[in-house]
Structures are given as structure tokens and as C-alpha cells.
Ligand binder design. Structure first.
Ligand code: BDR
Ligand code: CA
Length: 303
């Protein structure tokens, strides 16, 4: 059975790898890509999404979304993802055009046309918060949100906050309190499932897609001797291999102010919500399986 999804994304190096898997895996039916300001400006994230669609000769529509967070001033992550957001590979420049609709309109239409679809946000959640505020009727037509973002442990922006949630904590709060079931694919697993130096070395030997991914991934500033965090790719891995990831149900809320701004607060002890939960938090992952799968996915791509 194929899994119908929409990706809301800010490519971004790891976003690009996640989009690559989603476009090419036969078990995923990617209906729409929407873009948001995050790693770089929305003009750049939109262009990067279009570059990938063109690279794979795909006809998946791309709609441009929010230029800035709901309230907080916009700050990019070009120090990690480079000025373009997807450096290191020369893509064709005859790019398709984005849709004539905004991301919010495109999301509404795609959700209403594809009942029980899975939303996969891999950037900040600004578009989704705007969607839920303007068209709350879409919520009951979404099966679940499998979102990269958040952490129960350390943050990667502040001690407490992960980048996607920190970028627009007010949007994240709306999404976590929306009533739509959420799978939180956060740093708790993405910092465990690093793409190892051995996997990275194999990529360009596989095919042109492997070369493209290799050439952009080596520019990722989120790296160490042990490997490179492929945060957003963990969402697609979860969709296809939930058995390789351990989740725990709890209530998650989001801090919007103060030194813990952007923190995803998991009610681990069930102290505040009378046993009610809104999120399955990913807490552990088989990192070796993730690496094996990553290489297999790319090697199956015909380009
Ligand atoms: C998240 O932040 C972005 O820089 C990455 O693309 C990923 O979505 C990781 O914290
Ligand atoms: Ca991202």
C-alpha cells in the first residue's frame, strides 16, 4: 500500500535528501511540495525544491509559502546549509514554475482532494499553522503529521530548542495543540542516526543521484567525525520502517517565550494532561538500519 504524503519543507541539504527519497520510493505517493522560509529564504527554498523536481523529471507541484515566521523575526541557517541552501552541485537551470497558488491554498486543496493524507513538515511549521487557522476544516482530513523537529533532550539552537521549532515556536504551538495526531521526529533520534563516513563515501559510486547527494551533503555544517545528521530523512525512514524506530506517547507542548523558547516540553510523567497524549515521540532508532536503508534507497533510483 502506498503512503500518500505532502512535504512542507525548507531545502536545505537534509530536506533535499528527504525529498529525493520521497519522490523516488514506490511506496510513497508524494502529492505536493510546499516551501517555507527556514534554512534559507523562501525564494531559495522554493528554487531548491524546483531544482530537485526538475532533476528527477518529476511533475510534483511545488507551492511557495511563508516568507517569515508568525511573530518571531526570521533568521536563516545559511551557516549550516550554505548561502543557496543546497550548495556543491550544478543543477539544470531550466526550472519548472511554482504553482499559482500560495502554499496554504495548495495544502488545503491537496488535503481535501486526498482524504487521510500524511503531512510531513521538515521546516518550521508556519504554513501549517496558517492553514489550520484559516481552514480548520482540513484537520479532520489529515491522518497524521510526521514532523521533523523538537527534542526531549538538548537543542541544536539553544540548550532547549531544536531549529525548526525554534524558528517559529508560535506556529509549532498551534500545530501541537491542533488535535491532529503527531509523530515527533526530533533530535532524540536524528542525532543518533548519523550518515556515517562509510555511507557517504559509497554515495557517488551508486549513480548520479548518489553523486548529487554526496556533493551537497559534504557541505553540511551539521557534521562530526562520526557522521552527518540527516535530520529530515528520518521522517521518510519512519514512514517506511516504523519498526526500526521506538516511539513513546505523551503530551507535547511548546514554549514560546524566555530562555526555553522553542522547547518541546514532553509531559513524560503524565503529570499535566490526565493521561491524554497528542504525540508519539521518536526516542530510539536503529542507526545501522538507517544507513543501510539510505544506501539501498539511492541505489534503486534509476538516475
Ligand atoms: C532541522 O533544522 C534544519 O536546519 C534541518 O533542515 C532540519 O530540518 C534540524 O534541526
Ligand atoms: Ca529542514
Amino acid at each position: 500500500m502506498t503512503i500518500k504524503i505532502i512535504m512542507d519543507t525548507d531545502p536545505g541539504i537534509d530536506d533535499a535528501a528527504a525529498i529525493t527519497m520521497a519522490i523516488n520510493d514506490d511506496n510513497i505517493d508524494l502529492k505536493l511540495i510546499t516551501t517555507v522560509a527556514g534554512n534559507v529564504t523562501v525564494d531559495k527554498t522554493t528554487k531548491n525544491a524546483l531544482k530537485l523536481v526538475r532533476f528527477f523529471n518529476s511533475d510534483i507541484p511545488v507551492a511557495a509559502g511563508a516568507k517569515q515566521p508568525l511573530i518571531k523575526p526570521f533568521e536563516d541557517a545559511a551557516r549550516i546549509h550554505g548561502e543557496s541552501g543546497m550548495p556543491g552541485y550544478v543543477f539544470p537551470d531550466d526550472l519548472p514554475k511554482p504553482m499559482d497558488k500560495t502554499a496554504v491554498e495548495a495544502l488545503r486543496d491537496a488535503i481535501m482532494a486526498n482524504d487521510q493524507i500524511t503531512l510531513v513538515p521538515t521546516g518550521s511549521y508556519t504554513n501549517i499553522a496558517l492553514l489550520f487557522s484559516e481552514y480548520p476544516e482540513v484537520k479532520s482530513h489529515i491522518e497524521r503529521i510526521v514532523a521533523m523537529g523538537g527534542t526531549l533532550g538538548y537543542g541544536n539552537m539553544t540548550s532547549a530548542a531544536e531549529f525548526n521549532v525554534f524558528t517559529d515556536p508560535h506556529a509549532a504551538r498551534i500545530v501541537y495543540n491542533s488535535g491532529v495526531p503527531i509523530v515527533m521526529v526530533g533530535l532524540d533520534i536524528t542525532m543518533k542516526a548519523l550518515l556515517t563516513p562509510e555511507s557517504l563515501e559509497k554515495l557517488p559510486t551508486l549513480n548520479e543521484t548518489g553523486k548529487m547527494l554526496h556533493d551537497i551533503i559534504i557541505h553540511d555544517g551539521d557534521n562530526s567525525d562520526k557522521g552527518i545528521a540527516m535530520h529530515d530523512v528520518n521522517t521518510i525512514f519512519y514512514l517506511l520502517h516504523p519498526e526500526a524506530i521506538t516511539t513513546e506517547k505523551m503530551w507535547v507542548d511548546v514554549q514560546t517565550e524566555g530562555p526555553a523558547m522553542g522547547e518541546t516540553v514532553g509531559d513524560i510523567r503524565g503529570a499535566y494532561h490526565n493521561g491524554k497524549t497528542n504525540t508519539a515521540v521518536c526516542v530510539d532508532i536503529d542507526a545501522a538500519e538507517f544507513n543501510k536503508w539510505f544506501i539501498e534507497e539511492v541505489s534503486h533510483i534509476s538516475k
